[in-house]
Design a protein around this ligand. Structure first.
Ligand code: 5GP
Length: 210
């Protein structure tokens, strides 16, 4: 039996990088991955669904989970809290799937301390101009929020060297970005160290007959 260790993949990227769309498409094509649904204190946006996009909770409830050590990692982003629960990661691993964490740079730094052999991917648009254009086009943020998000982009990019891979998400080329993340998965899963018991799997009960 050929067995391998599950992959924990972190995908980050500034807001406006298109990362959620890339992830959504990748997951649709790759049933071997389960998406970890985070907990957050931010308000539900129109169209979002509890338990699908996030688990929404109050600051008090979130604090209680921190106190109970329920999180693998958590971070405060724009006055809201976001966290990955141990239970969520466990649930995905127990169903035999690889885990995809869509978390920010602070989350990656924390997760690296917990999971060895983490695979990390940073998604960016072609340029800052393009990113600002996308943020404005989205029009979900007011001027003040937009400024905050731009400052956050600068901070996030300063962490780029902590990531294994960078995907440049080109305009009108979603399929290329999705194919790239898929290639990363294909290469990562055949790394020698991911296999458990290669020799036993290969030789099995084989005995040499002279
Ligand atoms: P949004 O509010 O736009 O859904 O997400 C804002 C940011 O929070 C994104 O960069 C997203 O990747 C990040 N994020 C979402 N869930 C988590 C989490 O559980 N942990 C951390 N550290 N970041 C998260």
């Amino acid at each position: 039996m050929w067995n391998s260790k599950p992959i924990i993949m972190v995908v980050s990227g500034p807001s406006g990088s298109g990362k959620s769309t890339v992830i959504k498409e990748f997951l649709q094509q790759t049933p071997a991955f389960g998406l970890s649904i985070s907990h957050t204190t931010r308000k539900k946006r129109e169209g979002e669904v509890e338990g699908k996009d996030y688990y929404y909770l109050s600051k008090e409830e979130f604090q209680r989970m921190i106190d109970n050590s329920d999180f693998v990692e958590w971070a405060k982003i724009y006055d809201n809290f976001y966290g990955t629960s141990r239970q969520e990661v466990q649930r995905i691993l127990e169903s035999g799937l690889n885990v995809l964490l869509e978390i920010n740079v602070d989350g990656l730094i924390s997760a690296k301390k917990i999971f060895d052999d983490l695979v990390s991917v940073f998604i960016i648009p072609e340029s800052m101009e393009e990113l600002v254009r996308r943020l404005k086009e989205r029009n979900t943020e007011n001027e003040e929020d937009l400024k905050k998000r731009i400052a956050e982009v600068k901070r996030e990019i300063s962490f780029i060297n902590f990531y294994d891979y960078v995907i440049i998400n080109k305009k009108n080329n979603l399929s290329e970005a999705v194919a790239t993340i898929s290639h990363i998965f294909q290469a990562e899963k055949i790394k020698t160290r991911r296999f458990l018991n290669i020799k036993e799997s290969f030789f099995g009960g084989f005995e040499w007959q002279e």
